[in-house]
Design a protein around this ligand. Structure first.
Ligand SMILES: [Zn+2]
Length: 75
């Protein structure tokens, strides 16, 4: 699951912002649009389309889960 792309939480408390990117559904391989977080000082090691990481970290007091590999919203 993730936030709807028009309902992504405000990243300004972290000094960041969103872009919208296309990722592939891990189950059926279909592309879908998802928010990609840009945070100051953070370089995500993977692109959303080839991210092998199935693990995330919580931000914004536990209301936002970002993939540790590519920074997409996985809340
Ligand atoms: Zn990822």
């Amino acid at each position: 699951m993730s936030y709807a792309i028009d309902q992504l939480p405000d990243l300004s408390p972290l000094g960041g912002h969103w872009t919208i990117t296309t990722a592939r559904d891990i189950v059926d391989g279909r592309p879908f649009e998802v928010g990609l977080a840009h945070l100051p000082g953070v370089e995500w090691p993977y692109q959303p389309t080839n991210c092998p990481i199935a693990r995330g970290s919580w931000y914004l007091d536990g209301t936002l889960l970002l993939c540790d590999g590519c920074g997409t919203d996985g809340t």
